[in-house]
Design a protein around this ligand. Structure first.
Ligand code: UD1
Length: 324
């Protein structure tokens, strides 16, 4: 069986890693050999900086993509349009029997739309998540992708219920969270290999870790100013480490940037490779984030988390008491 896996943005490289490993392992065990899965990786090129893409392939042991569509940045229409056009060509060349998509990015939706039009069944990993905030592009990406999918791999019972509420019950499988598997598989290696604490000259549990990249924060100047004011206040108490997403870097003015780095208590750094990020998360005193994945990793590592949003898809992290 031939599967085309479509990825494009940073969290998708993390999610695809345990699944690709499982496919490779099942191929080794496969008897008779005709049930072997031929997995072809297609990268839309949504994330293209080495720090946002290449380094993840290296640290997660992912194979290089067979196709890189080089779509890059742009408005939603431009990004989706280019992806749809180029994915159609790639899928027509590969002729897979199944298309596998992950999460909630524009790459996810573009993959689902093209597969649907070519009558190729879609499998969605991380199906059923909802923030119930339709102003988020991620929310419409999730809803539309789920409604185009034949196989829906839900990470939590909440996700299964969300699908049921929308009338989706066929093809739904409660499978658990692939990001948990990735974190468990890599955290020991991170502890052994990562030198991030030494490089930043910080001690475990003596710093806060911050990530901000959602458009609802970065593209709303009032929200962004409140976040920056809070970060400055926190930095009076303890050092704040901030691996800064390119979207956020584009939105922060030069003056704000200088205010933030002035007294050295806020360390603004480039986006981090996966292993360094896992070690920083595990070592942080508190995590502040608007990322979905980072909220969960905080809970798994038993680090208190403040989510910089009005709602979350991962309600279990709040119910467990680790996320506010
Ligand atoms: C995307 C996803 C979001 C996911 C996030 C993970 C959508 C709508 N959003 O948001 O769900 O949580 O990825 O990071 O798909 N840029 C670079 N270098 C890069 C990548 C991006 O400079 O390697 C810049 C581009 O100028 C772009 C901006 O960052 O304009 C935002 O990138 P984009 O792909 O639009 O979305 P993300 O904010 O990363």
């Amino acid at each position: 069986m031939k599967i085309a896996t479509i990825v494009g943005a940073r969290p998708q490289f993390v999610k695809a890693s345990p699944v690709s490993c499982a496919i490779a392992e099942s191929n080794l065990r496969s008897r008779p050999p005709e049930v072997v899965i031929d997995e072809v990786l297609i990268h839309t090129g949504q994330h293209y900086d080495y720090e946002m893409s290449g380094v993840f392939f290296e640290s997660l042991g992912l194979r290089s993509p067979k196709h890189n569509l080089g779509v890059g940045s742009g408005s939603h229409g431009e990004q989706l349009g280019k992806m749809i056009e180029r994915l159609e060509t790639a899928l027509n060349t590969e002729k897979p029997e199944l298309v596998l998509v992950y999460g909630d990015t524009n790459s996810t939706l573009a993959g689902a739309i093209v597969a649907d039009r070519l009558h190729i069944p879609v499998a969605h990993v991380e199906a059923g998540l909802r923030s119930f905030n339709r102003r988020m592009p991620e929310e419409s990406n999730r809803v539309l992708t789920d409604h185009l999918s034949s196989l829906l791999f839900a990470p939590t019972p909440t996700a299964v219920k969300n699908l049921e509420r929308e009338g989706i019950t066929a093809g739904v499988h409660l499978v658990g969270d692939v990001m948990y598997e990735a974190a468990v598989n890599h955290v020991e290696i991170a502890e052994e290999k990562s030198t991030i604490l030494q490089r930043l000259e910080i001690a475990p549990k003596k710093f806060s870790l911050l990530t901000v990249h959602r458009a609802e924060n970065t593209d709303d100047s009032a929200r962004m100013s409140r976040i920056l004011a809070a970060v400055l206040e926190i930095s009076q108490v303890e050092c704040v480490v901030w691996p800064m997403h390119p979207r956020t870097r584009q939105r922060i003015s030069a003056t704000s940037y200088e205010d933030l780095v002035a007294d050295g208590a806020i360390k603004i750094i480039d986006p981090l490779p996966y292993l360094d990020m896992l070690l920083l998360e595990k070592s942080a005193n508190v995590i502040l984030t608007d990322s979905g994945g980072v909220q969960k990793e905080a809970m798994w590592f038993r680090v208190p988390c403040v989510t910089l949003r009005d709602e979350t898809e991962w309600v279990e992290t709040v119910e467990s008491g680790w996320n506010q």
